[in-house]
Design a protein around this ligand. Structure first.
Ligand code: NAD
Ligand code: WQD
Length: 337
């Protein structure tokens, strides 16, 4: 069993991964600056795991990160900390490059100086740009279609170059598809600040009555019902994907890049229907214009994750909606309640 440092530890995906790593027997140290999360997460993690989380409030772009490594001496890092709003990245590109690229470089330099060279990186299906062929395999062409996507693509390049420069570096780039859902307890989940950018949290807020209607961005795509198709993946499956990737890095040499998706796409309207069923609430919607930059369909070929990590997603769309709804209905105002 290993000691794992999580950056962005209080965030949506990291908090679920924290529990999964502990359940697999690892020791976890978390850092976060709460730029997009709440300290209440730590109380909930304590309640769910029965142990006080080991945590330091640190900005990963600062020299203070070195002190965390000196105090805790992690065997590996799972690097979640980043800004993630696509629209905001086009209006504030420098903030995204500074936090996402500057942060990654500081994490890697600090690791190098401390002799820790195992890193799991939160990449994204956004690196596939506009897919030429579906399902997406890891050897599909990559491109950046917005500054956020550019930071993920550049992050992968930095790690590849690092691995080429020194074979002691072992990295796993995990290309997440569309993470949704929440821990089955309903005690942690996704808590977007302001208006949600992503579909499921928006649908959840309509179902609970925080927002009146969903806007469906286009129904004239070349898909079965005309609305966009995506590969939604339960955040707890995603968390297990990180446990599997770390196991691989700890047990075998080399680096890897894998998709974490289910392999199955659902349309916006299919998701809305599943959510209505799970919540027992209506989700009224209007069809509006397409959102600029959206693609018609995007879903993974998850075979490589199965072959290399022995991992595959377990939860279906109904379960993703049920767990999202439990979190939303138990915490109507998120962690602020
Ligand atoms: P999130 O915003 O909930 O979590 C990110 C966490 O990092 C937050 O708690 C934030 O406070 C923290 N953070 C940001 N900058 C920091 C800094 N400089 N120092 C310390 N902490 C900092 O987002 P998430 O959805 O959990 O995403 C986690 C990772 O996964 C991100 O790298 C994101 O780009 C990537 N990703 C997310 C999705 C998605 O749809 N949610 C999809 C693909 C990839
Ligand atoms: C899903 C579908 C929308 C909101 C984004 C990022 C990507 C990754 C995951 C980080 C699309 C439609 C949405 C709404 C709608 N993040 N939609 N009404 O765009 O696939 O991916 O999050 O790496 O980089 O781009 O996810 O949840 O925003 O949209 O109709 O109010 O729902 O058009 O078809 P997307 P999403």
């Amino acid at each position: 069993m290993a000691k794992i440092l999580l950056t962005g530890a209080a965030g949506y995906i990291a908090s679920h991964t924290w529990l999964a790593l502990q359940a697999a027997g690892h020791e976890v140290v978390g850092v976060d600056n709460f730029s997009n999360s709440s300290p209440v997460v730590l109380e909930r993690l304590k309640e769910l795991s029965g142990r006080a989380p080991v945590f330091e409030q640190v900005d990963i772009c600062t020299p203070a990160l070195a002190g965390v490594f000196e105090r805790h001496r992690p065997d590996a890092v799972v690097h979640f900390a980043a800004f993630k709003a696509v629209g905001e990245s086009t209006s504030q590109p420098l903030a995204y490059y500074r936090n996402n690229i500057g942060g990654l470089v500081n994490v890697c330099e600090t690791m190098q100086a401390q002799g820790c060279r195992r890193l799991v990186f939160s990449s994204s299906a956004t690196v596939y740009g506009v897919p030429e062929r579906l399902p997406l395999t890891e050897d599909a062409p990559v491109s950046a279609v917005n500054p956020y996507g550019a930071t993920k693509l550049m992050g992968e390049t930095i790690l590849r170059d690092l691995g080429a420069s020194d074979p002691l570096w072992q990295t796993a780039c995990l290309r997440y598809f569309n993470p949704v859902g929440a821990h089955e307890s309903g005690r942690i989940g996704e808590d977007p600040r302001g208006t949600p950018n992503n579909l499921m949290p928006y649908v959840a807020q309509v179902a609970i009555g925080r927002r009146a209607r969903l806007q469906v961005f286009g129904d004239d795509y070349d898909t079965p019902d005309g609305t966009g198709v995506r590969d939604y993946i339960h955040v707890c499956d995603l968390a297990e994907g990180h446990v599997a990737a770390l196991r691989r890095l700890l047990e075998s040499p080399g680096s890897l890049t894998v998709n974490l998706g289910t392999g199955r796409g659902y349309s916006v309207l299919e998701l809305v229907k599943a959510y209505e069923q799970a919540s027992g609430r209506p989700v009224p919607y209007d069809i509006v214009a397409r959102r600029p930059g959206d693609v018609a369909a995007c879903y993974a070929d998850p075979a490589q994750a199965q072959a290399l990590l022995g991992w595959r997603a377990q939860h279906d769309l109904q379960r993703m909606c049920e767990d999202s709804w439990r979190w939303q209905s138990m915490n109507p105002q998120g962690f602020q309640a």
